[in-house]
Design a protein around this ligand. Structure first.
Ligand code: G3H
Length: 540
């Protein structure tokens, strides 16, 4: 089948969707507050998948369910439940021995695994992620929970000893911060939310979490597991329009940590709504505009392979995607030729199709955003240089390789977050370096080349502009044990399995002058296990 025929035929007849992936609409009326699933009979948000189907009425976005449009009132009830469970740090959850908190999280993970198929199917229908990638997202999340537990055991072992300095006995541990408001993005609706939620919880914070608008239904199968695995009020959910339900939470002044992955504009507005900004900790993953610099001696096969992965994995909807390709002018024609051929070889289809690479976008507005970005670049002198680039069929947008992209164009500055690929040629290495220096974003970059002298000289200035420099490799977050962060408008705080345990806590210690009274007192407290904090208990 030709590429354009494949675009035209991408949406199947409704009855041709494989039985294993057929979807009965999920009418969710439940939400979790204070350990109870409440029923909502108010207004609902209808969910239409970006995955269209052919019916007698024509091609339509399939309706896959609905979820509650809660109001400020229910959002504040969720927050108050979290505040009560934290109880100014004296609640059962924040004072619980670490081993017991781990047991609750393990119980949750076991229940979560039982819901693998349902959650993976919902990821596919809600955001159009391929079955392979949606399964990877689920499994990566379960592995993240296990790794977090191991990292916490390690941290706790290190904190279970006393130090004596200058005649003062001290025991130093990490203590929770309070109530955490967690919000993840649509492109990793499960994984990125959990990389915030799980470390926040396991360290003793209580939480309110709001699933992303695209990617809300997939939490329905997990609500009972949250309810049963955690004490009341430790996990609370809020559904509804973010702009309505989250500002009142921040304005209450009762949120201690904002854990958010999304746009910097939304993060700024939420932070500003807090009446005492100095009390608020923020853990943020924001926009990025990661550039690839392709040097004249780059291995073109490898470079094209990595650039295709970097620009088009999950249709380019990754914060870590390569979002600007700077290619040396000596090889620009050869690069574009091979890159475009590699795109032609990508399989177009629905998320459940074997080996599919390019799938529909989750909403028509996303397609329109890409149409507008390409039109703006073309109006300013660029061309779409791949065959069929930018072709649209309902919610499907075929990747558009746009060249040459210049500073007048939106694509040069804006995070496109999807299958539009800006390319520019350079003569002097200073040009792409200036691009990175002048960018508002500072997450990652990639350099492709083979001369150790040149690459060595580029590393030192660039590592002070971005937080991960990838050599002959696409940008990416993983492995999840590596630090994931950014400079400028790209992030606040660092996330990795072990760093996340740190950002949701504060170092806290118990200290006493080493006199006989205090030695006897501490010995008694520890020996008789009178405190969970002041303790030498060891978790294996
Ligand atoms: O959307 C941003 C994700 O953190 C990227 O993760 O590089 O593993 O796709 P990834």
């Amino acid at each position: 089948m030709t590429r354009s025929a494949a675009v035209d035929a991408i949406f199947p007849d409704e009855d041709k969707v494989p039985a294993a992936f057929r979807m009965e609409p999920l009418h969710q009326t439940e939400y979790l507050i204070d350990g109870a699933l409440r029923h909502w009979d108010g207004p609902m948000a209808e969910v239409f998948s970006g995955m269209c189907v052919r019916t007698a009425a024509g091609v339509t976005q399939k309706r896959i369910g609905a979820y509650p449009m809660l109001t400020e009132h229910e959002a504040l009830e969720a927050l108050d439940a979290a505040v009560r469970a934290y109880d100014s740090g004296g609640g059962a959850w924040p004072t619980m021995p670490v081993a017991e908190r781990i047991a609750h999280v393990e119980a949750f993970a076991l229940r979560m695994v039982e819901k693998r198929h349902e959650v993976v199917s919902l990821i596919m229908w809600e955001i159009g992620k391929s079955h392979a990638d949606a399964t990877r997202e689920f499994d990566r999340t379960v592995a993240y929970i296990r790794d977090t537990i191991d990292a916490l055991k390690e941290l706790d072992r290190a904190g279970s000893r006393f130090t004596i300095q200058e005649g003062i006995i001290g025991q130093i541990r990490r203590a929770p911060l309070g109530v955490v408001l967690c919000m993840g993005p649509y492109n990793y609706p499960l994984n990125e939310t959990f990389t915030l939620l799980i470390p926040a919880l396991i360290m003793g914070n209580t939480t309110v979490f709001k699933p992303p608008r695209l990617g809300a239904l997939l939490y329905r199968p997990l609500l009972e597991a949250f309810r049963d695995a955690f004490p009341p009020g430790v996990v609370n959910t809020v559904y509804g329009r973010g702009s309505k339900v989250t500002p009142p939470l921040m304005a209450s002044g009762k949120v201690d940590v904002l854990a958010f992955i999304g746009s910097s504009a939304a993060a700024d507005a939420l932070k500003k709504a807090h009446p005492k900004p100095h009390r608020l900790r923020s853990v943020l993953g924001l926009e990025a505009k990661n550039a690839a610099i392709v040097l004249p001696d780059a291995d073109l096969d490898l470079t094209v392979r990595e650039c295709v992965l970097g620009t088009l994995s999950f249709n380019g909807q990754r914060c870590t995607a390569l979002k600007m390709l700077y290619v040396h002018r000596d090889i620009i024609d050869a690069f574009l030729d091979r890159f475009n051929q590699a795109i032609v070889a990508l399989k177009i289809g629905m998320p459940w199709e074997e080996g599919v690479n390019l799938t529909p976008l989750p909403a028509k507005e996303e397609v329109q955003r890409h149409v507008d970005l390409v039109a703006d670049a073309v109006a300013h002198g660029a061309r779409v240089v791949n065959v069929g680039g930018g072709a649209v069929n309902e919610t499907f947008f075929y990747p558009a390789v746009v060249y040459p992209v210049t500073a007048e164009m939106r694509l040069y500055h804006e995070e496109q977050f999807g299958p539009t690929i800006p390319v520019a040629a350079f003569d002097d290495i200073e040009t792409p370096i200036r691009y990175i220096v002048e960018s508002n974003y500072g997450q990652q970059a990639s350099i492709f080349g083979s001369d150790p002298d040149i690459i060595g000289r580029l590393i030192d200035p660039l590592v002070n502009q971005v937080c991960r420099l990838n050599i002959n490799s696409q940008c990416q977050r993983g492995p999840d044990t590596f630090p994931f962060t950014g400079r400028k408008d790209s992030a606040e705080g660092t996330l990795s399995v072990s760093d996340a345990l740190r950002v949701f806590t504060i170092r806290t210690l118990v200290a006493a002058k080493a006199n006989d009274l205090n030695k006897a007192l501490i010995t008694d407290i520890v020996r008789e296990r009178k405190s969970n904090f002041l303790s030498t208990d060891f978790i294996f």
